[in-house]
Design a protein around this ligand. Structure first.
Ligand SMILES: [Cu+2]
Length: 158
């Protein structure tokens, strides 16, 4: 147990050495801006991944799927008002990113739903997420774990 606690402390220290700097990624014409998620406890049924996807190209692309070793499966969801109730529904044909436009994955909207996280997500940790685009191919990004109630504010100004 003591060794386990030491491991956690070491991880926390490691997180502190990485300031909340911008972390951005690119796959072909797609720029992925500050991917993040919220802290979740052990046994949480789901977590959600957020980011911006900007298509710098001249043709549309499509986010087909996402996956992570830290959850059972990942689904792309949108949140929409149906019969007066906000509901999530899977984007079964993927998420189109029009040429020259930015699509935001954000709380209350489109998100990557991590079903069955296999470990707790601690604030300050990073969760790898592999994104597969129809044209731009595959890229693995890291979701920065923010506070449970965060709305992505840690990343403003990037
Ligand atoms: Cu969802």
């Amino acid at each position: 147990m003591r060794r386990h606690l030491f491991g956690l402390a070491a991880l926390a220290a490691l997180a502190l050495t990485h300031p909340a700097a911008a972390h951005d990624y690119r796959a072909g014409d797609i720029a992925i801006g500050h991917p993040w998620t919220r802290a979740v406890a052990a046994g949480a049924p789901t977590a959600a991944g957020y980011m911006t996807l900007r298509n710098d190209g001249s043709v549309p692309d499509r986010l087909l799927s996402a996956s992570t070793p830290m959850a059972r499966t990942v689904e792309l969801h949108e949140t929409a008002l149906a019969d007066g109730i906000m509901r999530m529904r899977p984007l079964t044909s993927g998420l189109v990113i029009p040429a020259g436009e930015t699509v935001r994955l954000e709380p209350g909207g489109i998100h990557a739903m991590l079903m069955g996280p296999s470990v707790p997500f601690a604030r300050g940790a990073r969760v790898p997420l592999t994104l597969r685009f129809e044209r731009a191919g595959e890229v693995t990004v890291e979701l920065a774990v923010e506070a449970p109630g965060a709305r992505g504010g840690d990343h403003q100004g990037h």
